[in-house]
Every structure is written in C-alpha cells, then in structure tokens.
Design a protein around this ligand. Sequence first.
Ligand SMILES: CC(C)(COP(=O)(O)OP(=O)(O)OC[C@H]1O[C@@H](n2cnc3c(N)ncnc32)[C@H](O)[C@@H]1OP(=O)(O)O)[C@@H](O)C(=O)NCCC(=O)NCCS
Length: 169
Amino acid sequence: MRLLVTPLTRRHLPEVVAIERASFARPWAPELFEAEIRHRHALPLVAQSLPAGMVVGYLCLWLVAEEVQVQNLAVHPAFRRRGVGRFLLAEGLREAHRRGARLATLEVRPSNLAARRLYASLGFVETGRRPGYYQAEGEDALLLDCRLEEAAWLRTGTGKALDHRRRSN
Ligand SMILES: CC(C)(COP(=O)(O)OP(=O)(O)OC[C@H]1O[C@@H](n2cnc3c(N)ncnc32)[C@H](O)[C@@H]1OP(=O)(O)O)[C@@H](O)C(=O)NCCC(=O)NCCS
C-alpha cells in the first residue's frame, strides 16, 4: 500500500468522522476536528492510500513547548494491521520533533491492547496511571511517554515496508 501523509483539511472531514464513529464508543464530534484544523498548537494529519486518495487514518497531535501530546489516532477498520497506524504516528512525531518537540505523551486504556502494542513498538513506556479517567466505564488511563531523542526509528524509519511519500508540504 502506498500512503501519503498530509495535514487534515475540511475536505477530509466526512471520511475522518466516519472512521472516528467506527472506532470509538464515544466519538469526537465533527466540530472538534474542525477546531483542530484551526488551532495554532494543533497538528492534525491524515493518511491517504494512493492513488485513489481514500482517507485510511488520522492523527491529532498538540505541540506545547517541547512536548507533543497524542490526542487522537484511528485507522479505518478495513485497513488495520497493515502498518498504517505505526507509519502515521511515526511521521507525525517526526514532524513534531522537527518543530522542536522532545517528549511525546499520551493516555491509553489498559484494555486497548492493539494501541498499547503499537505505542510500545515506537518506544513509548508507561509512566503512570490516572484512576477512573474514562468515567463512563470507570476505567483507568495509562500514561505513556516517549523521549524522541532516544527513539532509534526517528533516524532510521519504522522498518515497515510501506511504499510511501512523506508530507507533500
Ligand atoms: C490502534 C490502531 C490505531 C492501530 O492501527 P493499525 O494501523 O492497525 O496498527 P499497525 O498495523 O501500524 O500495527 C502496529 C503494531 O501495533 C500492534 N497491533 C496493532 N493492532 C493490533 C491488534 N489488533 N492486536 C495486537 N497488536 C496489534 C502490533 O504490535 C503491530 O505491529 P505488527 O503488525 O508488526 O505486529 C487501530 O487498531 C485503531 O484505529 N483502533 C481504534 C482506535 C484506537 O483505539 N485508537 C487509539 C486510541 S489510544
């Protein structure tokens, strides 16, 4: 699969919102994605499969000083386990690093084994736990971080055999 990672724009929103609804029990409202497009600290990205240009995943990052926070990440259900999530996250964190980020942080449900393995494969480690963070289920959040300077993939790539193009701008 050939992938193109580019900034999220309004024309991607219908596909992104559909993936969001297919991925989460409590999906973000479309307005939240629109706010990401406008906000100066936000770096929202989409991965499109080429040549058709279908949106197969998205990533919302926030850059505050030397920290980049992963706010949202999902891959189209039909395109999972093909390296899209890892590639998209690696590209997003690479761009955040170029912009000055040194530490990547995120929260994840302990029950979300797919996401936890993905994060671990990019060097995220557990640093703490927020009890009852996901209030509806009373589930804790695991706090993970990754020191970008120490992430070998930042220099060498993710090692996945994806034929891709980087951000076009
Ligand atoms: C988590 C998610 C983004 C992963 O995207 P993906 O494109 O399927 O992930 P990748 O193919 O890049 O997988 C990278 C690694 O993650 C792990 N992984 C991904 N899906 C997995 C699964 N279903 N079971 C176990 N491990 C999994 C594996 O270690 C995998 O590496 P491998 O294929 O070499 O074994 C995707 O499952 C998703 O959209 N889930 C719903 C939304 C969500 O939970 N987002 C994260 C919120 S914190």
